[in-house]
Design a protein around this ligand. Sequence first.
Ligand SMILES: Cc1cc2nc3c(=O)[nH]c(=O)nc-3n(C[C@H](O)[C@H](O)[C@H](O)COP(=O)(O)O)c2cc1C
Length: 181
Amino acid sequence: MKRIVVIYESRYGSTRRYAEWIAEALSCSFYEKDIFKPEDFTNYDVVIYGGGLYAGGVSGIKLLTKNWELLRDREVILFTCGLADPEDPDNTAHIRKSLSKVLSPEMFEHLHLFHLRGGIDYDKLSFVHKSMMAMLRKSLARKDRDSLREEDRQLLDTYGSCVDFTSKESIQPIVQCALSL
Ligand SMILES: Cc1cc2nc3c(=O)[nH]c(=O)nc-3n(C[C@H](O)[C@H](O)[C@H](O)COP(=O)(O)O)c2cc1C
């Protein structure tokens, strides 16, 4: 029986929800990144890490990059959670490109990578995040709507409201991957 752990960092709860669902499906423990001690990686055969996407970066990814010596001999699954639809290959290509700037080729090769869709509730955003989204909206609103990508049109249409794309079924490929390792 493989020893599996799920670790996550989540600002507004979507990644946490996925971490909880995955841990429940695999009957394993899950930890918030800041309470997980890296030396405990050695207690597991499979490490699943999930982080929310913020301006292209994966929240808390340093836990993996800084502790690669402990992780290189274990199976590592990384899942991202963002607003952009991961069914659109342009979106996943963009995430992968950003990841390639923080992960070494060895890390990239070793990881099993998955992308899940979160949501956003503008009322709950921090001041800084609200301002960042307002700037993004402003720059998109200046452009010709027909020239925008579907993602960006959707962002303009839902700006200021609450949208939630989390779906329990979407964890299945991650669960199957963890069980097959
Ligand atoms: C300031 C800001 C930047 C964001 N940047 C991205 C992004 O680059 N790509 C993306 O898909 N989603 C982006 N999002 C949406 C979040 O990834 C989404 O809300 C996700 O569900 C957050 O997960 P969490 O609540 O677990 O932190 C951004 C949200 C905010 C507030």
